[in-house]
Design a protein around this ligand. Structure first.
Ligand code: PEP
Length: 249
């Protein structure tokens, strides 16, 4: 089955609401595409302005994180309903920076994934190994464990709509990209894991991205691989380069 490519930008903690609008105005004409889906995942405070700015374009807006409870005494957190009501369609869950600096675990990732699906947000679920794990030769085992826990109690119908981002931690923001063969090997293993959990139809439909120093120069080679359905892009999503990544062909 031919899957559509999905290229998502992760803006991280960059851009105020007014800066977000200015960047969207700059990128809008550059990210037009008939065959690639485009998402800008922006800081929660930027979402209303970003949603307004992308009206009438092919760009969808996503959050970078959410909490797994519906509401209540969770100071500083943002709920799925808040993201949805503001106009977000996607949400990044379990980014390695959230795992490292904000103590997210595979268990909280699973809770967030379940809540995102319950509410109708499309989760972009991140997984990835450290350099140490790669050198120990345990990358595939580690990723399979992350995926199996992230998808606990997720139904096949929900899983079809999931996006998985394979992001080797050693390649994020470092300028070191996994080779296209390394990225394809792990994305293929993730698809095989989804096949074991849900069968062929879900494995065929699920979107699996690569992330980690994707740029205008390496996107074409990475995205040409059969199990890589696009990318989650950090640094280069804040520049005109993002247009070249979307239009990588
Ligand atoms: C990311 O933040 O998900 C990411 C992949 O960052 P970068 O592209 O800057 O490595």
């Amino acid at each position: 089955m031919a899957r559509r490519k999905l290229v998502a930008g992760n803006w991280k903690m960059n851009k105020t609401p007014s800066e977000a609008v200015a960047l969207i105005e700059e990128l809008k004409p550059l990210v037009k595409s008939d065959d690639v889906d485009v998402v800008f995942c922006v800081p929660a405070i930027d979402i209303p302005a970003a949603v307004e700015a992308v009206k009438g374009t092919n760009i969808a807006i996503g959050g970078e994180n959410m909490y797994f409870e519906d509401k209540g005494a969770y100071t500083g957190e943002v709920s799925a309903d808040m993201l949805l009501d503001a106009g977000a369609k996607y949400v990044i869950i379990g980014h390695s920076e959230r795992r490292e600096y904000f103590a997210e675990t595979d268990i909280t990732v699973n809770k967030k994934v379940l809540k995102a699906f319950e509410k109708g947000l499309r989760p972009i679920i991140c997984c990835g190994e450290s350099l140490e794990q790669r050198e120990q030769g345990i990358t595939i085992d580690w990723i399979r464990q992350q995926i199996k826990i992230a998808f606990l109690n997720v139904t096949a119908d929900q899983a079809k709509r999931a996006v998985i981002a394979y992001e080797p931690i050693w390649a994020i923001g470092t300028g070191k990209t996994a080779t296209s063969d390394q990225a394809e090997e792990v994305c293929g293993a993730i698809r095989a894991c989804i096949r074991e959990l849900y069968g062929e139809a879900v494995a065929d439909q699920i979107i699996i991205q690569y992330g980690g120093s994707v740029n205008a120069g390496n996107a074409a080679e990475l995205f040409a691989k059969s199990d890589i359905d696009g990318g989650l892009v950090g640094g280069a999503s804040l520049k005109a380069d993002f247009g070249k990544i979307v239009n990588y062909k």
